[in-house]
Design a protein around this ligand. Structure first.
Ligand SMILES: [Zn+2]
Length: 382
């Protein structure tokens, strides 16, 4: 899968193993070479440097290549600093929200560690030659398939992509966070953000582990990161309000659903559900729609303007129900500060989730759905 990278004047050959700091068998150890440049004091502090390297004896490497490596390290370091600073800055808001939503204060530190880890993962993708190659390969395919992009844009984007070295990408990521990427660069970053399933995911909250992740390889700037974090944090807080037995039930139903889909695909038969099972699923469907509506509405407090893309959730939430709920939640929250919204979100979610029982009938669920709508409208009138 190794494709030959074109060599440009200011771009290193990514196939050159000596330029790949992740390959120990390469002739040069990038950790050792950091010391020859006086500036990166902080890189030294991070333990990324040791005794003076003997790379000068290595005839395979030119001084331009050494420079390129230093500059790459510096760009990476600068980007890490930007991310670190942002993570620190989110602390105050998260602590306030945690208190309002009934989460322990220690949860904030936990989230900040999650964020660091998810950023590190993406930084590693860029910093590892094989995964970077794969990323560029996929991006190149995405560019070729872009229908909405005008034909004449494609060679420009392709050319820009081919020229991007590790150093350039670290630099570009730092600039995009600060909102300084050009429209073409944003298009390239956009092609980086597709997952294997063809979806673009900006962040996640894992209901099993409680972990929050925010992804780096996309065009989003730090303002948008605030919105994504506000969204995922809302999920985390609401998830915490779910009684344990309800959570267990929800998770087991999710597994059963996957199993059933597999069964249907392979056998062509449908497993019949009892009315109680149908009612339980219907309950979780609405609960999820409430959860997602509140998380999307929270984003608006961080400057996001977009309405949810209801269709993107259609495998989990009926778009019509989602749209109805979101517009009610949106109207209710309009004009109210985030502190009030947080109390409202916790109340609405608890109100509905506590209607759960093992022997729900479909009528009970409908009843619960109607009463939660009324509860949302009450808040609107306040
Ligand atoms: Zn969400």
């Amino acid at each position: 899968m190794s494709i030959e990278q074109p060599r440009f004047e200011n771009a290193p050959n990514l196939n050159n193993p000596e330029l790949n700091p992740n390959k120990p068998e390469g002739g040069v150890n990038i950790e050792k070479s950091a010391e020859t440049k006086p500036e990166p004091e902080k890189i030294k502090e991070q333990g990324k440097t040791s005794k003076r390297a003997d790379f000068k004896k290595d005839k395979d490497i030119t001084s331009e290549e050494v420079n390129e490596m230093f500059e790459t390290l510096e760009k990476k370091y600068k980007l890490e600093e930007t991310l670190k600073k942002w993570i620190e800055e989110t602390g105050a808001d998260l602590r306030q929200r945690a208190e309002r939503l009934g989460l322990k204060e220690s949860v904030v530190e936990e989230i900040q560690k999650n964020l660091e880890r998810s950023f590190e993962k993406d930084l590693r993708t860029v910093n590892t030659s094989e995964s970077l190659e794969k990323l560029k390969e996929n991006s190149s395919k995405t560019i070729a398939n872009l229908i909405e992009t005008e034909q004449e844009d494609k060679p420009i984007l392709k050319n820009l992509l081919d020229r991007l070295s590790k150093k350039d990408i670290f630099d570009l990521l730092d600039r995009k966070l600060k909102g300084e990427a050009t429209p073409e660069e944003e298009k390239i970053l956009d092609t980086f953000s597709y997952t294997d399933t063809g979806k673009k995911i900006l962040g996640t909250h894992d209901i099993f582990s409680g972990e929050i992740e925010i992804f780096l390889l996309n065009p989003e700037d730090l303002k948008k990161y605030n919105a994504t974090l506000g969204h995922e944090f809302t999920h985390k807080a609401l998830s915490n309000l779910m009684p344990e037995k309800v959570r267990e039930k929800m998770i087991s139903l999710r597994f059963i659903k996957t199993f059933e889909e597999e069964f249907r695909k392979t056998s062509g038969e449908k497993i019949e559900k009892t009315p109680a099972e149908k009612a339980q699923r219907w309950f979780f469907h609405i609960l999820l729609a409430i959860n997602e509506s509140l998380a999307h509405r929270a984003e608006k407090y961080y400057g996001a303007k977009r309405e949810p893309s209801y269709l993107a959730y259609r495998d989990k939430i009926h778009p019509g129900i989602f749209k109805d709920l979101y517009s009610q939640v949106d109207a209710a929250a309009t004009g109210k500060p985030l502190a009030e919204f947080d109390h409202f979100a916790a109340h609405i979610y608890s109100f509905f989730v506590n209607k759960w029982s093992e022997n729900l009938s479909p009528e009970d669920v409908n009843e619960a759905a109607i009463s939660v709508m009324k509860e949302i409208k009450k808040f609107k009138g306040k």
